[in-house]
Design a protein around this ligand. Sequence first.
Ligand code: FMN
Length: 399
Amino acid sequence: MLTGKHVALYVSGGIAAYKAAYLVRELIRQGATVRVVETEGAQAFVTPLTFQTLSKHAVYTDRFAQLVPDQVAHVELADWTEIALVAPATADLIAKIANGIADDFASTALLATTAPKFVAPAMNVHMWQNPATQRNIATLHADGIQVIEPVTGFLAEGYSGKGRFPEPEQIVAAVTANLAATDTSLPLHGQSVLVTAGGTRERLDPVRYLTNDSSGKMGYAIATAARDLGAQVTLISAPTALSVPAGVTYVGVDSAAAMRAALLQRYATAKIVVMAAAVADFRPAAVAENKIKKTATDYTLTLTKNADILAELGQLKQQQFLIGFAAETQNLLTYAQKKLAAKQADMIVANDVSQAQAGFNHDTNEVTILQPDQAPQQLALASKAVIAQQILQIALKQL
Ligand SMILES: Cc1cc2nc3c(=O)[nH]c(=O)nc-3n(C[C@H](O)[C@H](O)[C@H](O)COP(=O)(O)O)c2cc1C
């Protein structure tokens, strides 16, 4: 998403300025060319030499230092910029942007920039909550500037509150998610994609449940890949340890029944539906109101079959391209072929979860793609992010 993009990073004078050094690294890792502007305050925290070394470009600090005689530096930078990112943004710099003040290099160049602007505030919770700051933030929103909200957590002041600078990866993800959502040339622009992820929890009593080994990583990778193709993604997820990808609508569910209800509510308008969740086939026949006590030596648990969501969606199918997953430990292709036909799916992604490096919990996967009337297609071992992109590319060819 950021490959070859010109990113101007504006660093202002907050304690989070040190994290901007990591942000430069992350932007470059994502393929961007980065130039850095520092306010005077920022230079008190991190020297320009740090940013110059990381970005391989002189840092802009002084609005009257015209290093190239035939160029006005702030205008040259403003015209070069494809993405302007203010991170961390102090309350002071936010106030200047909101009010069109141009009294140093950063505020002047920002006023001259027509590129999309992203502002990531970081400050003390009381500075953040101050009505003046909130008024300025509302002005940024009204002016079409994207505000990457600070997070709640431990602040440099020694107490907790909202105002923390998000991690550099989260900031870059928020920028790329916004760019993907607004890029009309992307193949899934404006299309609704539903993705399920994680292992459902089937409750036994108030403190116990039945679940499985699914980590949710494959579903989350698909949600991210669909977002990067411009889709409006809804991720219906059973509990996982993963962070929700930026720009994705999250619907948290626990049981198979709750996942089914969430899917059916959104199915009619979906273009692509990817069932990457490991949905429990059975649930306890009864949920005990209180914790089951260990009175007997044996305990027999009666299970009831859950609804077959994929088959149900297959029957209701209209314009949707329906993708199911088949995780097996034996006879993979035979079971997966049967599933493809029985569920009326458009694609089954089959993976042998008994293999090292593939399936549950791994960061990599190795899968076989089955489609009606087509030869099976093997996708070699790769990260789940790459496998997710490949699955969606194959689906796109059929759409
Ligand atoms: C140690 C220290 C930490 C600061 N941290 C922040 C901060 O996190 N966020 C903020 O908005 N201001 C913070 N300030 C206040 C700004 O540095 C001050 O408002 C300054 O004028 C900002 O200038 P600039 O916006 O041009 O960088 C801090 C000041 C000091 C001395």
